[in-house]
Unconditional design. Structure first.
Length: 451
């Protein structure tokens, strides 16, 4: 039986497939099979066995059924213990397969890993534009990135343009949902099922592949409809439920062993998973009102049931080194009581790490002075926000609950030229002194220590 099954769905990409197969032939050094699933390509785009290479099987469909169907056919036909899903426009670099396989072998909790490419994961550092002119140039770039030896980054979901997975993780996830027409969304749906089944996913920032394809137009009506379908199916949004808050994590010290971390509003657990990767001995806890999101987080954290505003701290057995509250406080009716309760849940010297929108941001001033206070789906005036804070009110919130502010920094966002002109006019006021950072801060990040 082949150790590795490489599954390549294909639709009218013969020339790119030939380059993909060239890279497989020149880089894969373990026993493998290639399964090409031709999903109804036109006659002039079809590939035949004589065009390919040894170890290649071609499954051909007379009709175009879509990416998910083609991948499902490839899975059914595959024999390998490990599967590598490739888009036909991808080229592997030397060591790609070995590096991905090494991670799967080293950590039995990881069920799938994905490489990085320019159009996919901006988190990966040193990803170049794909304008190298030859195979040798590409290999040189890939080796430079590999030499950075960046550690794997945990994921909850992933694309499948270059995703390697163990057979048991694939079996646990089941079939790709063929109701999706966009490969990325079908991939997200498939890999989130791996996560729910308890299999870890990871991006390998040092494993770079070339990819010609472009990301889907995420603003198109058809893409948004399929995002809505994902939301209806899983009860969580792709827009904000799956992203770790590295800005908040920058305020945390992971050097202490056995950290006890509680995240209020942990969503699908992305931040907790990242904390666990940086501090493997950490004990992770989460609170999440959305039961569907909590189910996705549950394999990697202990999910607690609590109302932070009406909490009896004596009923919570654990005490925590960090309590993370990312974009939570503004959603509470009584944030003052909630912060008091969080103090009682902290161990001596414990800290609350929070992010809070700044209502004094220049964009809010512009709208207010234009006669508008319009609630939106997200942002400072998110319609689900109950409370609004400035920097001084945030400081008062924590000080009155007997916290000492250890660090306070802000996040900015770009704003148009008219906002810049208004900013300068406000800073020039004589009747009242306006602090520039109050206008510039879109969100405040706070580290507050229990005293």
């Amino acid at each position: 039986m082949a150790k590795l099954s490489i599954i390549i769905p294909l639709y009218n990409m013969r020339e790119k497939l030939e380059r993909c197969l060239f890279s497989v032939r020149n880089t894969v050094r373990i026993p493998y099979e290639v399964i090409i699933v031709d999903d109804g390509s036109s006659a002039d785009e079809q590939i035949f066995t004589s065009d390919a290479m040894d170890h290649v099987r071609i499954l051909r469909s007379e009709e175009h059924h879509g990416y998910a169907h083609a991948v499902n056919e490839g899975i059914r036909a595959s024999e390998g213990e490990v599967l590598l899903f490739l888009h036909a426009d991808v080229m592997l670099a030397p060591h790609t397969v070995e590096d991905m396989l090494d991670v799967l072998i080293a950590d039995p909790n990881v069920g799938a890993v994905t490489a990085v490419a320019p159009v996919a994961y901006r988190r990966a550092q040193l990803i170049p534009p794909n304008d190298y002119l030859s195979w040798d140039d590409y290999v040189h770039v890939a080796e430079e990135i590999r030499a950075q030896a960046a550690l794997p980054c945990p994921e909850i979901l992933a694309e499948m343009f270059a995703l390697m997975a163990r057979r048991d993780a694939v079996s646990a996830a089941g079939k790709l949902d063929e109701r999706y027409s966009f490969p990325a969304l079908a991939s997200y749906d498939f890999t989130v099922r791996m996560t729910r089944a308890g299999y870890g996913l990871a991006t390998l920032p040092s494993t770079y592949v070339h990819r010609d394809g472009e990301n889907s137009d995420t603003t198109s009506d058809s893409y948004r409809r399929e995002c809505d379908f994902f939301h209806e199916k899983w009860g969580v949004s792709l827009d904000y439920s799956f992203f770790p808050r590295r800005d908040i994590m920058s305020l945390m010290d992971f050097s202490k062993a056995g950290l006890r971390v509680l995240e209020i509003g942990c969503a699908c657990g992305a931040t907790l998973r990242e904390i666990g990767a940086r501090s493997p001995s950490a004990c992770l806890y989460g609170v999440e009102l959305n039961d569907k999101a909590a189910e996705i987080a549950a394999p990697y954290a202990t999910i607690l049931s609590m109302d932070v505003e009406c909490l009896d701290p004596s009923q919570v057995a654990e005490r925590f080194d960090y309590i993370v509250m990312g974009d939570v406080i503004e959603h509470l009716q009584n944030p003052w009581k909630a912060i008091e309760n969080m103090r009682e849940l902290l161990a001596p010297g414990g800290e609350v790490i929070a992010s809070i929108p700044n209502v004094a941001h220049i964009s809010t001033f512009y709208g207010l002075l234009s006669g508008r206070w319009t609630y939106e789906d997200m942002g400072i005036l998110d319609r689900t926000h109950f409370r609004f804070f400035t920097k001084k009110e945030i400081i008062r919130l924590f000080q009155e609950a007997q916290f000492d502010i250890q660090d306070m920094r802000y996040v900015t966002v770009p704003y148009p030229e008219i906002g810049k002109r208004l900013r300068e006019e406000l800073l020039s006021l004589q009747t009242i002194s306006v602090d520039a950072e109050d206008l510039d801060a879109y969100q405040w990040l706070v580290r507050a220590k229990r005293v």
